[in-house]
Design a protein around this ligand. Structure first.
Ligand code: NAD
Ligand code: GLY
Length: 364
């Protein structure tokens, strides 16, 4: 098992445990954090069906009073309606400030239950038990929580750090292959943004390689970046490599499950590298390497692979300009000088991005 500490200004340090069989030990690990003796396990119906009873049992065996609260699976649950329903269920259970929320699932549950924890009675503690690869390497660590609105993804939320994160590698065995690949995009992201050696190892090992190392190194990198910039005023934005392109594609594809977040990020990262090469910032060979590593994992790397393509360049740019990183309508993109060397580029020329998107197959 690997233990990775997360610390930073403005929050209590916590640990991320990465290893096999952690769910079986969840009771002993979590019990000391539930001062009120009660915990609400929040999971989507799929994950609850697979791991709900094992986790409830582990917590109950450690002496906690436990309730399981389920929500429908899917991005649609990151909504005001589901947040309200969840808070109402927690109030109905009589959960108070000394109690604990245990978020068990992918990024959807981590974000929804994490946000509920941030606002429930002005904030109660949350433990994250991420069950998707994406959630283990990214969303469960660092305290970003949010829901979506019809105007966009993750627009309403809070920074609310967990008390503990348990990344049990065994649960990845039941993750659908497409979800595993989508999570792999976020693993590759860490290599591309800041660790060329890690990227080279991922290139060599591939998705079927050393998953324990891949998760642990990803968490370690996320912890380093969050420690430096907990509220994303600077370097943390590097974690959004590929995300501005990705959010535009997700918005165009319509959040109907045809394009997973990680798939959109894979295309977005390939585009960020191709744009960097086109602008003369990054060697062409590095852009080709980035693209090849993603394609080798079975991930899409071009917009043509998205349902509904080709998209209008102007619409894509409008989405990109509405991104949370955008400043006064100016495009802010994470670009790269090479593998492992990403940087935040402010005020990127819209016309250059438009020409690039058209070269990528967008409609003029
Ligand atoms: P998800 O939570 O919808 O999980 C994907 C699917 O896999 C779901 O159907 C779920 O039921 C299923 N699943 C999860 N674990 C399983 C397991 N072990 N076995 C079988 N099935 C399992 O999606 P996701 O990809 O994990 O997360 C995407 C969300 O994360 C998006 O909403 C995104 O905005 C958010 N996100 C947040 C952050 C952050 O920092 N907070 C970072 C990245 C992404
Ligand atoms: N997923 C990006 C971040 O946590 O900052």
């Amino acid at each position: 098992m690997r233990t990775i500490g997360v610390s930073g200004e403005g929050f209590r340090p916590y640990e991320v445990l990465v290893g096999a069989g952690l769910i079986a030990s969840a009771g002993q690990l979590i019990r000391p954090l539930a001062r009120g003796g009660r915990a609400a396990v929040v999971a989507d119906e799929t994950v609850a069906g697979l791991y709900g009873s094992a986790i409830v049992q582990a917590l109950a065996d450690a002496g906690l009073r436990v309730s399981l609260v389920t929500v429908p699976p899917g991005e649609g649950s990151k909504s005001f309606a589901e947040l309200e329903r969840l808070c109402d269920r927690l109030l109905g259970l009589g959960l108070d400030r000394k109690d604990l929320i245990v978020a068990v699932g992918g990024g959807v549950i981590g974000d929804l239950a994490g946000f509920a924890a941030a606002i429930y009675m002005r904030g109660i503690d949350v433990v994250q038990i991420p069950t998707s690869l994406l959630a283990q390497v990214d969303s469960s660590v660092g305290g970003k929580t949010a829901i979506d609105t019809p105007r966009g993804k993750n627009l309403i939320g809070a920074f609310w750090q967990p008390r503990l994160v348990l990344a049990d590698l065994d649960v990845l065995a039941t993750l659908p292959e497409r979800e595993l690949k989508a999570g792999w995009a976020e693993v590759v992201k860490y290599g591309l943004l800041g660790d060329a050696d890690f990227f080279a190892r991922l290139e060599a090992d591939g998705i079927g390689g050393d998953l324990a190392h891949a998760v642990a190194r990803s968490v370690e990198m996320k912890a380093e970046i969050v420690a430096e910039d907990p509220r994303e005023t600077g370097r943390r934005a590097l974690l959004n490599l590929g995300h501005t392109f990705a959010h535009a594609l997700e918005a165009e594809a319509g959040f109907d499950g045809s394009l997973l977040h990680g798939e959109a990020v894979a295309i977005g990262m390939a585009q960020a590298f191709r744009l960097s090469a086109r602008l003369g910032l990054c060697p062409e060979a590095d852009a080709r390497r980035a693209e090849a590593a993603l394609a080798a994992a079975g991930l899409p790397t071009t917009m043509a692979e998205v349902k509904g393509a080709p998209f209008a360049a102007e619409r894509l740019i409008d989405h990109m300009a509405r991104d949370k990183k955008a400043e006064a309508g100016q495009l802010v993109l994470v670009l790269a000088r090479g593998i492992g060397d990403a940087f935040v580029a402010r005020g990127v020329d819209r016309a250059a991005v438009r020409d690039f998107l058209i070269a990528e197959g967008a409609r003029p």
